[in-house]
Design a binder for this molecule. Structure first.
Ligand code: PMP
Length: 441
């Protein structure tokens, strides 16, 4: 069968969708804009595998962009959602399991004393920022170039993820006044952070940072940077929002903060955390949490307003709670083993083909950067110099070989606890041809 025939149904579905949905997609990167080709429509998934509308199956390294920690359609998660659905899709009133989910998250991240459930990571960070402004009475937010915190107006400047993929520096439709309230700094740059606080310290409400940057490829904080950030912000009376939407309960059992805190001997702690993806187990659910006295500034107890018709939806809570309850030592061991194996196989294949590259790691998260980087990159400007043409060739050859990678050079690769030996062998088998495709450029 020719390539076109094997994708006929996906191509048809994309053409149909594009007539009624901008770009045919509900989120930009899905359109394959930076890699070209026919975006795959998936119709099912099980464990480490997804199947497209033409019946082709792939070992998946996207994992729904993170939530599918246990693999697709994990039986216990599906059963919990079905059982919840049979009892009603939502009531606009509290359900008992919301507190259980909050307790599970608090158990893993004790700095979180109170938690509020929302539906998307965007809402979690947007609310955390409103809360920081409400708590401090200050207007400015500091963020880092290449970090992505969702698509609220104030956080789109020099953001990673889809904006990095499409090489967009920001978004039209954000007023200059709003943009001016966000100071964007280079990541891992202590001097820039110190200078921003020296100049604007009394007006900065919060610094928001991904716990480990993972929306410009994976780029963990340099040794001591998170501690410096916490110390500097707190010395100036500003809060620190650690965004664990992507890293939370994926990079490790207590998120990336669970790994990083050993490197913060000062004992300084983030004030607010945001979570998403894994905490919803694949359904729309996210959360923000932090110290009780801050979180209790939220309505109905305090003056900072936040609400949501579908917040704490019982199906999403059931999926998230069941996912976290199954994310045990064995699951993290499987995730770590899969990440180690894929990273090692990619390195071996690219080295054999003579393709300069770096594998970037943060706990069980990793990504591959094409290009000759002498040292570990520390910021967005450096990762923007990667060979996206080589990524594109590699991506398509992997798809041909039955492996579904993120259709962007600026995204993490996601393994699941269901990536077993058979899945890892299929990945290893596809790699030499993909490395060869990259080498030919
Ligand atoms: N923060 C981070 C670190 C993220 O990775 C993302 C999504 N990739 C978000 C926030 C936004 O989450 P959502 O897409 O659910 O709005």
């Amino acid at each position: 069968m020719s390539g076109a025939e094997r994708l006929a149904r996906s191509a048809e579905l994309q053409a149909r969708a594009a007539r009624v949905i901008p770009g045919g997609v509900s989120s930009p990167v899905r359109a394959y804009g930076s890699v070209g080709g026919t975006p795959r429509f998936f119709v099912s998934g099980r464990g480490a595998t997804v199947t497209d509308a033409d019946g082709n199956d792939y070992v998946d390294l996207v994992a729904s962009w993170g939530p599918a920690l246990l693999g697709h359609a994990h039986p216990a998660v599906v059963e919990a959602v079905q059982e919840a659905a049979a009892r009603g899709l939502g009531f606009g009133a509290s359900v008992p399991e919301e507190a259980e989910l909050a307790e599970e998250i608090i158990r893993r991240v004790p700095e979180v004393e109170r938690l509020r459930l929302v539906s998307t990571g965007t809402e979690a960070t947007m609310t955390a920022i409103r809360l920081a402004r409400g708590a401090t009475g200050r207007p400015l937010i500091v963020k880092f170039a290449g970090h992505y915190h969702g698509h609220s107006d104030g956080l789109l400047a020099e953001a990673g993820s889809g904006l990095a993929t499409l090489a967009m520096p920001g978004s039209a439709g954000v007023t200059a006044e709003t943009a001016a309230q966000t100071l964007v700094l280079p990541y891992n740059d202590r001097a820039a952070l110190a200078a921003a606080f020296a100049e604007h310290g009394e007006r900065i409400a919060a610094v928001i940072a991904e716990a480990a940057a993972a929306n410009m490829g994976v780029l963990p904080p340099a040794t001591g940077f998170t501690e410096f950030l916490l110390d500097t912000a707190h010395r100036h009376g500003a809060l620190v929002i650690l965004d664990e939407v992507l890293t939370g309960f994926r990079a490790g059992p207590s998120g990336y903060w669970g790994i990083e805190q050993a490197r913060v001997p000062s004992g300084e702690r983030p004030d607010l955390f945001t979570f998403g993806k894994v905490v919803g187990g694949g359904l729309p659910l996210a959360a923000l949490g932090g110290r009780a006295e801050l979180m209790e500034l939220l309505a109905p107890l305090g003056p900072v307003y936040q609400a949501g018709t579908l917040s704490g939806n019982p199906l999403a809570v059931a999926a998230g709670l069941t996912t976290l309850r199954h994310a045990d030592v064995a699951a993290y061991r499987a995730l770590g083993r899969a990440a180690d194996a894929v990273a090692a196989e990619v390195t071996a294949a690219l080295e054999a083909a003579g393709v300069p590259h770096r594998v970037q790691r943060a706990g069980t998260l990793f990504s591959v950067l094409f290009g000759a980087f002498e040292e570990a990159p520390l910021d967005y400007a450096t990762v923007q110099m990667q060979r996206t043409d080589q990524h594109r060739a590699f991506f398509h050859a992997m798809l041909e070989g039955g492996i579904n990678l993120p259709p962007s050079a600026f995204e993490a690769w996601f393994v699941t606890a269901a990536h077993d030996d058979a899945a890892l062998e299929r990945i290893a088998a596809a790699l030499p041809a993909a490395a060869g495709a990259a080498a030919r450029l």
